[in-house]
Design a protein. Structure first.
Length: 143
């Protein structure tokens, strides 16, 4: 079974908790494991927070688009925004994982989660939009 769903968010941090609930419902409908739903939510929370916090130079409303697709053996998320050009695969700071959390510099942890928890990640800038594609390989019976 293939399940697809699209979401449009305002560039506001308050959009993230309701999105997390909708992703949980999508995951349940698509027979995804709790672990994979949690991983997807964690990665998207971090990425959307970064888009909202750093992606725009104005105080204008913007839309962030998310498309999810679950199919046997694969989960795909495509995140698109019209923020400043930013390739997180090349431009994000490396996460510092040693030392206490208080002593670490801010930045890079969301990208670390993305690279660690997703199996494939691709970025492109097209038609004035950042587009990040995330793929998670699933067991054949899941998705």
């Amino acid at each position: 079974m293939v399940l697809e769903q699209s979401f449009t968010l305002r560039n506001e941090l308050s959009e993230i908790p309701p999105l997390a609930e909708r992703i949980e419902a999508f995951g349940e409908e698509g027979s995804l494991s709790i672990q994979h739903i949690y991983q997807l939510n964690l990665v998207l929370d971090e990425l959307i927070t970064n888009i909202v916090s750093y992606g725009y130079d104005d105080d204008q409303p913007h839309e962030i688009h998310l498309r999810l697709r679950a199919e046997p053996g694969r989960l795909m998320a495509v995140l698109s925004d019209d923020g400043k050009p930013f390739n997180p695969l090349e431009e994000a700071p490396a996460a510092v994982l040693e030392g206490s959390i208080e002593d670490r510099p801010i930045g890079g942890l969301g990208i670390h989660f993305m690279r660690t928890l997703m199996d494939e990640v691709a970025y492109e800038r097209a038609q004035g939009h950042n587009r990040l594609t995330l793929i998670k390989h699933l067991p054949p019976e899941e998705g």
